[in-house]
Design a protein. Structure first.
Length: 510
């Protein structure tokens, strides 16, 4: 074993790209003669310390000689005690191969963030989060992501082991189909923000699929943090099943330092880069990358309070926004209000139903006891296929429910029988009478609120313990440019109760 030291800022090159900086450390070399059959493996250990204010990404180049069968990386770092209110050390890790670290390039081979302390790659297998494939000769880069650094600095140790020998057989990936057996044009339930053990989750795809079926879901979206490595491990969870077919969409939670975005339903094997901040002015490029790969751009939990979670990229590129994430809480209430303000702005600016951002809800489930399908987005689609589900989400033909027990039917009707449902427009004159109607089931002791661009204009009596009821309200397009419904649990205080369900709006007027 050989050791190297990278203390503080020594032996480095600093590359500035836009407003972001990346630190490149000194190269770790392995002698080519180590590939001799007499030496089965070779190890190097690198130690160093990153100061407070270190760049977002620190690259450790590794010269990989020919004849390597497997690369294995392990790392540790110190976690000193820090004062209350001060961030401690947190160090993420991943790797790029001989194609380099260029943003959006071909070099990405895996990322585990802070979920694992070691990983390996070879042609026929890899640690979850990493992409199997040949370990080819050239300069690889271990990517370190100092998420937070304590005042004492971040002391780290990285150990690289190369194992020599004949490479295994590269496995051809198999992906789930883009269509499942559905019910024709119908309401389909889905959860599009889920984490498996291919990032920081603790569940296998099989476990997630079983929980999704138990939650009454028709579709899910694979959205592991900053890696597409799970895509090739979902195929055997789709297709015929005693509890019904499950449509499995493939994506990624693109986890930047300035917010997270769910890439929903991209082409199999699509990698979307995350190494930028809002000030770098790069998000538009990667939002287009998601769409070019057939996916939807969905900012996730925009007002979450975790480090790096708060959304700072704006909503100009969004196809939908995740307003409700997991168990309903104060950050979801803020997200809901913020989304409603965006609806008001679209009406004020004359865009109305032509240009607005639909809302959705997902569980963001990682591990037990996180429930899959709480909440779930219920989408009106022509069939159970990737394109049809995406088209329904993009058009806003959807509502969000806390579980499969809750069902809604929401519509607006004009004086001549004109009719519009969720996400549609009821084309009536400004003073024409409009009847808004919500049928709800599975919401015992809940209250229905009709929310418009003027605020909450109607609140129902409490629904019976059966959880079923019908609420009607009469208005005009002059009085309400749109109407959406909220079903809320009984409030424990002056604030409104937690959501049981809510709809996207129906727009009123010409």
């Amino acid at each position: 074993m050989c050791e190297d030291e990278h203390h503080g800022v020594g032996r480095r090159a600093l590359f500035v790209t836009g407003a972001a900086a990346a630190l490149t450390l000194g190269t770790v070399s392995f002698p080519s003669e180590a590939a001799d059959a007499a030496r089965a493996s070779e190890t190097r250990t690198v130690r160093g310390t990153l100061p407070t204010g270190a760049p977002d990404f620190v690259y450790l180049p590794v010269e990989v000689p020919a004849g390597v069968r497997e690369i294995k990386v392990a790392y540790t770092y110190e976690r000193p005690t820090v004062p209350a209110g001060t961030a401690g050390n947190a160090l993420d890790i991943g790797i790029f191969d001989q194609h380099g670290t260029e943003l959006g390039g071909r070099g990405f081979r895996g990322w585990s963030g802070g979920a694992r302390t070691e990983f390996f790659l070879r042609a026929d297998d890899a640690t979850p989060g990493y992409v199997p494939g040949p370990v080819r000769e050239g300069t690889w880069h271990i990517a370190l992501g100092p998420y937070t650094v304590s005042p004492q600095g971040l002391a780290y140790e990285v150990t690289i082991t190369l194992t020599y020998g004949e490479p295994g057989e590269t496995v051809e990936p198999v992906y789930p189909p883009s269509r499942a057996k559905g019910r024709g044009r119908a309401w389909y339930r889905g959860d599009c923000h889920l984490h498996s053990w291919y990032s920081d989750g603790r569940r296998t795809p099989a476990e997630i699929a079983a929980l999704a079926r138990a939650a009454g879901l028709d579709f899910i979206n694979s959205s592991d943090h900053n890696t597409h490595s799970a895509h090739a491990h979902w195929a055997d969870q789709a297709g015929p099943h005693p509890d019904g077919e499950l449509l499995i969409l493939l994506g990624e939670e693109v986890t930047t330092r300035n917010g997270h975005v769910v890439a929903l339903g991209t082409d199999p094997g699509t990698f979307v880069d995350w190494r930028y901040r809002a000030r770098d002015n790069r998000f538009g490029k990667y939002a287009r990358r998601i769409r070019q790969a057939g996916g939807l751009v969905v900012p996730a939990h925009p007002h979450a309070t975790c480090v790096g979670c708060n959304w700072k990229f704006g909503f100009g590129e969004a196809d939908a926004v995740e307003v409700w994430n997991g168990a309903y809480g104060p950050d979801d209430e803020v997200s809901l209000a913020d989304w409603d303000s965006m609806l008001v702005a679209s009406v004020r600016e004359g865009r109305g139903s032509r240009d607005w951002i639909p809302a959705m809800g997902n569980s963001d489930a990682h591990r037990d006891p996180d429930p899959v399908g709480t909440p779930q987005t219920v989408v009106l689609a022509d069939e159970l296929s990737r394109e049809a589900i995406q088209e329904g989400i993009r058009a806003g033909r959807s509502y969000v429910a806390e579980s499969k027990a809750v069902s809604l039917s929401f519509s607006a009707t004009g004086p001549k029988g004109e009719h519009a449902g969720i996400g549609g427009r009821l084309r009536v004159d400004g003073d024409d009478p409009v009847t808004v109607r919500l049928e709800v089931s599975g919401a015992p002791r809940c209250t229905v609120r009709f929310v418009t661009d003027q605020g909450v204009l109607h609140t129902s009596a409490v629904l019976p313990v059966s959880g079923s009821g019908t609420v009607e309200w009469r208005t005009t397009a002059q009085y309400a440019a749109y109407v959406r419904a909220e079903v809320r649990h009984e409030a424990a205080g002056p604030l409104p109760g937690a959501l049981a369900a809510f709809t996207n709006p129906v727009f009123l007027g010409r």
